[in-house]
Design a protein around this ligand. Structure first.
Ligand SMILES: O=P(O)(O)OC[C@H]1O[C@H](O)[C@H](O)[C@@H](O)[C@@H]1O
Length: 445
């Protein structure tokens, strides 16, 4: 199971102050368990891992199999919580170079509907011209413009290219049970569809079909992912004593750091495969806590890559940051540094060592340097990169986020601020129903 070490924050904040959060954390946990806190109609994620049935998992796997048998490429169309969870897991578990290999054991997964790049869509549709492709259209509201736009284009191409009958087989919708354009289309076209439960918000939906179907299509074991999440549900449960509950300690520590003036949390990894876990985490914490003019700003870096770009700022810039390092204990493969007789590069001192040993010393050296430079550090350990551990990590962050948002005093389950840009965009595009807003915005230009 995940372990959290906060020792290297304690030169900046005291253990007593962190432990003083115990009653507040209890209150937050009770509010989550009993559904008495803000946003209590969005708590479906809390006991999701333990309530997923095997039958549901088999249904997802059977649908994944249809896509796997009939597609070389599957497009996951979605934005925010409707794609980041799947991408986080798939990229964490995939071979970094599979996409370049000709022989594949699973369809290539490509993402769309998460931007409005015309060149992106041009290049994507051209790439797909000679491919047997399918689409998973994911949108909880069923009305998100970015996703709907991409899906409109991909649906037409799929039907034109593969025929209406095959398109019906290889297009799957994951959306609301009754509302939204994605639901209307799915029902009318007879697509296989999955429901995103009303009480699970987008950024907490990775363990619904939103995440599980693309992950299963990519060839990963969703039973193990869910098993990992179940472990975390137990280990981070409200009945686990504060001192032994990593989610409780994480939530308390980051809130205490925030109070002490550390306004930015940087999630750090030393493994390029975790890049999208950080992207997922940024949405989870950013949308949950950034409101009422408060909230830690969630940032992320990939080390050691970014030590050569952001490292300077982190070491010596404004002292308003703290870091949470995700440390992966074991690699899945072994590469030894070869010995070289000429030793022109002077690296023989590393000969015979694992590359991961070098990485681990980079990690330790960085942590010590950053603490010396005034950056509190937390260290979150997972055993390896596998379905089980990623499942643990995702659920750990979710439950810690619920607790942390309540400690901060906000509703962690809404995102009212996201509407502002949409309203302006629709007004600027003269969307029917936005006539007043259109007039108002035109007068500002
Ligand atoms: O799943 P959808 O309804 O298409 O929403 C996709 C995303 O966009 C919205 O604007 C919200 O900010 C996100 O929380 C959500 O995950």
């Amino acid at each position: 199971m995940i372990s959290l070490n906060i020792e290297k924050t304690l030169g900046f904040i005291s253990r007593e102050k962190v432990f003083a959060y115990e009653p507040l954390v209890k209150e937050a946990q009770n509010a989550l368990e009993k559904g008495t806190g803000k946003g209590n109609d969005f708590l479906g994620w809390l006991h999701l891992p333990s309530s997923i049935t095997q039958e549901h998992l088999e249904d997802i796997k059977a649908t994944a199999q249809v896509l796997r048998e009939n597609c070389e490429v599957v497009i996951v169309a979605g934005i925010g919580g409707s794609y980041l969870g799947a991408r986080a897991v798939i990229e964490a578990l995939s071979n970094s170079f599979t996409w370049l290999q000709d022989k594949k054991s699973a369809p290539s997964i490509i993402y769309a509907g998460h931007n409005i790049g015309e060149d992106y869509l041009y290049e994507l549709t051209h790439f797909l011209q000679d491919k047997k492709f399918g689409v998973i259209n994911i949108s909880k509201s069923g009305t998100t413009t970015e996703t709907a736009l991409a899906f409109r284009i991909l649906k037409k191409q799929c039907e034109d290219q593969r025929g209406k009958e095959m398109a019906q087989k290889v297009i799957v919708a994951i959306t609301d049970a009754s509302k939204g354009a994605a639901r209307v289309t799915a029902d009318k076209e007879g697509y296989k569809s999955f429901i995103i439960p009303d009480n699970v918000g987008g950024r907490f939906s990775v363990l619904t079909p939103v995440g599980l179907l693309p992950i299963a299509v990519a060839g990963f074991n969703i039973d193990k992912l869910v098993a990992g999440a179940r472990e975390a549900e137990k280990a981070c449960g409200a009945d686990v004593p504060f001192a032994e509950n990593p989610a409780a300690i994480y939530a308390a520590t980051r809130n205490e750091l925030y109070k002490s003036g550390k306004k930015i949390e940087i999630l750090v990894n030393f493994n390029p495969k975790l890049h999208y876990v950080s992207e997922w985490w940024k949405q989870l914490y950013g949308e949950s806590e950034g409101k009422e003019n408060k909230g830690i700003f969630p940032a992320a870096v990939d080390f050691s890559t970014d030590l050569h770009s952001m490292g300077q700022w982190i070491q010596e810039g404004e002292r308003t940051i703290f870091e949470t390092v995700i440390s992966v204990e074991k690699t899945n493969h072994t590469v030894l540094v070869p010995s070289d007789e000429a030793n022109l590069d002077g690296l023989n001192f590393l000969a015979g060592k694992r590359v991961d040993e070098v990485n681990k010393m980079a990690e330790l050296g960085t942590q010590l340097a950053h603490v010396d430079g005034g950056v509190p550090n937390m260290r979150l350990c997972i055993a390896d990169l596998s379905e089980q551990t990623i499942g643990e990590l995702l659920y750990f962050f979710e439950v810690a986020c619920g607790i942390s948002g309540y400690l901060l005093g906000v509703n962690p389950f809404n995102q009212p601020g996201v509407e502002a840009y949409k309203k302006n965009m629709f007004a600027l595009l003269n969307k029917p129903g936005y006539e007043e807003e259109s007039k108002a915005i035109q007068s500002r230009l």
